[in-house]
Design a protein around this ligand. Sequence first.
Ligand code: C2O
Ligand code: CU
Length: 466
Amino acid sequence: MDRRTFLNLGGMTFLASAMPKTLFASQTSTPSVLTAEVTHTNILGSGYPGTDVWSFNAGIPGPALRIPLGQRVDVRLDNRLSVPTSVHWHGIRLPNAMDGVAGLTQKAVLPGESFQYGFTPPDAGTFWYHSHLNASEQVDRGLYGPLIISEPNPPKVDRDLVWMIDDWRLLEDGSISDDFGAGHDWSHAGRIGNVPTINGRYGESVRVRSGERLRLRLINAANARTFALDFQDLNPQVIAVDGQPVTPYQPTGPIVIGAAGRVDVILDMIASPESESSVLDTAYRDPFELTRFVYDKEPIRETSLDTPIALDPPTLPEPDLKNAISQDVVIGGGAMGGLRRAMLNGQWMGLREISQQGYVWAINDTVANKLDMPPLIDVPRGTSVKLKIENQTAFPHPMHLHGHHMKLLSVDGSAASDTRWVDSPLLLPEQRMELAFVADNPGDWLFHCHALEHHAAGLGALVRIT
Ligand code: C2O
Ligand code: CU
């Protein structure tokens, strides 16, 4: 495998060194303050130039907040950046005022100011937090971190690891390419980087012991990149998707995670001591090695554990499909799409006129040019809502609903075979998906594409629950 192929994307070249054998540092204590600040970090590894990033608490990712289920999350955001920001708690069913969408659920937190967040998450699982103001730039520059709500009875594992996966668009001097408004990114697949990282590091391996059982919490923090992880000879068992438990299963192909998505897997390290195995990404034309497991000399045990791995089932309200209101959601626009005209600010306009104002996407022929648009859905609390989403574009869209989880009903007309709840389902080009949820959380909630450039270019809507 030629890692330089990947690194050459966009005409930018890095020569990759051999993977150093480094153990990812694990974070233990949970801070009560998140400070958004500029920091200098080394993404590319020693011997390569460093990178100025925007971080929470000087780390990429920000500190892992690990909170037992039932306990309150109390975190103050201190903004020491020179731009306003906010923190969104992705996937958490929390009160609207704590959702962190600057300009919709709260005012932007200005430089030098603070904001106190406090809520009690109702679900255990793998979530994350990130900036929700000018997110396509702020998340890209590093304003994100893991939020882990731990189960009272988790499956027995030797280590519980978080992998926040991202991709960075770095120049040869190590700096972040600042072409954030690039029209091509906005109208195509979003901002795809040239340096893939796990927990803010490129090209580091992961030390393991044979016989060891890992719980791997995969979080896709990239602006737009889809990851498709191939664990080769290992047999990952998926135990949760988007934070919500599923009946454990072994995927037939690579593990696909759209932007903002999460997948929890149980991984038994079955190879022999002192061997190595690659984790490949196969989402795009050129597969590359994301990381590599390096086995210690000493096994942890002779045969892998065979204790149960299933999590307790989700405790989400079951939508009443008989009485649900049904809402079509047609995603249109983008390059090579069929969109000819759409509504912008209440007026029909041709695509050229719309794109002159920086927008290229629409839901039901309506461009989301601001957060407080007339709602796509406006229902009283308790209503069951069925979404029939159709992606009529040439690009994938991870569609995120704030404040709720949606039950997956069908994909391209075939019924889901198992129960699955999602908050950021990835809709492939031309794909159709039916989902349902109980609109039980009052407030104005965003429903938007988490390819952050797509959202910035109009792919969003509002769900109002009164
Ligand atoms: Cu991950 Cu609108 O957010
Ligand atoms: Cu999109």
